[in-house]
Design a protein around this ligand. Structure first.
Ligand SMILES: [Zn+2]
Length: 407
């Protein structure tokens, strides 16, 4: 059995038009008008295939036609970053839909039912993973009340505009025992598969993330009258940490270790005043929990060291603390066997970005299949995956689902 790739491409194009930007990208942040349109489109597609479409209290969308359980789940997300690409998330959902459609068409009898899922806000318009957190029972009422978008809009208001009550989202929790496995097909979003000319990536683990908000505090002084040796320049602490953190991760991390400072804010931010305060977002990623912990502790120690060297105070606030999640052996084995049957070479690699599979993977057996991203580009209108790679990935997904549901 193989997927109908023409039909899958049609679906990708149809969904890719929703929220299309002038640059040819896609803007479908969660709970935006485009996201709502995409949700309606997906529910209609599921229904049109003779399956039951359902939205839960967190806005997650499901499709299935067989009763019973535990279920083998397949999916991803259909929201996007602003001006992102048409494959990120959408490929996993629409290839999942195509797999279910083929299996239903062929009338294959399986031991376990299949279920399609599109999770809410994977990309983080409202912090990220709202749907998969709710689905796995990781969302509390207190947290929901504080979730806002970058403009300060509360998710309570955003969902209320669409007739939904965000406080009901914890009801979306599914008993993990009802989930036999979760499989997510996704673009790699990096250059590894393309550069190795391997069509299928088998994800070993999804990296953990530690994100710190670090504030160095010194003293605002006149840029002309204050001698160099008398200054307490907060920016020097930040600059020193950025360079030393970079060297630390190169020297003591693994090839999968990352450190990134993506935000640097100064106060008072006036050209002729010595910066009194420097805030930076310092983010570490790593696939081994032990290495991540070591890098995080060393980074915190570095922040204290450089602060004292420059005569500054420093505070470190943990903003994000996500453990690495290894993918389930049974799911990886099924993916490898499926790729083998199709004659596809595989490469085992960590996922360096966040995915719903890492959230589901904490409570149930989860696995991910990667397909190559052209030039490693993603979260951009330039995001692209070749038709042959879409087809191979979808066929590996199809055989993987058959194996997991038949055993
Ligand atoms: Zn994604």
């Amino acid at each position: 059995m193989r997927v109908n790739v023409a039909r899958l491409k049609q679906d990708l194009e149809a969904l890719g038009v929703i929220g299309r930007t002038p640059e040819g990208g896609v803007s479908r942040p969660s709970w935006s008008a485009a996201d709502l349109q995409a949700r309606r489109w997906l529910m209609e597609r599921i229904t049109a295939e003779g399956m039951q479409a359902r939205m839960d209290a967190a806005g997650n969308i499901f499709g299935r036609w067989q009763p019973g359980g535990p279920v083998v789940m397949v999916g991803s997300h259909i929201d996007s970053v602003p001006n992102g690409g048409m494959f990120d998330g959408a490929l996993g959902v629409l290839a999942g839909l195509e797999c279910l459609r083929r299996i239903k068409e062929e009338g294959v009898r399986l031991r376990y039912p299949l279920e399609l899922v599109a999770f809410t806000d994977e990309e983080g318009a409202f912090g990220g993973f709202f749907g998969s957190y709710a689905f796995t029972g990781a969302l509390t009422l207190g947290e929901i009340q504080n979730i806002r978008d970058s403009k300060g809009l509360r998710i309570l208001e955003a969902m209320a505009r669409h007739g939904m009550d965000a406080l009901q989202a914890p009801q979306a929790r599914r008993n993990p025992q009802e989930i036999r496995a979760y499989v997510e097909l996704h673009i790699e979003q990096g250059p590894v598969l393309e550069s190795r000319r391997v069509p299928i990536g088998v994800v070993e683990a999804i990296v953990g993330i530690r994100r710190y908000g670090i504030t160095f505090r010194g003293r605002a002084d006149h840029a002309g009258t204050t001698p160099m040796q008398d200054r307490r320049n907060a920016l020097l602490g930040a600059a020193d940490l950025i360079l030393k953190g970079h060297k630390l991760v190169l020297a003591e991390g693994t090839p999968a270790s990352r450190v990134t400072v993506g935000i640097l804010q100064l106060k008072p931010a006036v050209a002729n005043i010595v910066p009194a305060e420097a805030y930076l977002a310092y983010e570490l990623r790593e696939q081994s929990a032990g290495t991540l912990w070591t890098l995080a502790e060393r980074s915190r120690a570095l922040a204290a060291q450089v602060a004292s060297a420059w005569g500054l105070d420093v505070s470190v606030e943990t903003i994000l603390d996500i453990d690495p999640v290894p993918m389930a052996e049974g799911v990886k084995t099924a993916i490898v066997a499926a790729a083998g049957e199709l004659g596809c070479k595989i490469h085992r690699l960590p996922a360096m970005a966040g995915h719903d599979a890492q959230v589901v993977g904490r409570v149930a057996k989860a696995g991910m299949i990667f397909v190559p991203s052209k030039d490693g580009r993603s979260h951009s209108p330039l995001e692209s995956t070749a038709d042959e790679d879409v087809e191979r990935g979808a066929n590996v997904l199809l055989l993987t689902l058959l194996k997991l549901a038949a055993e």
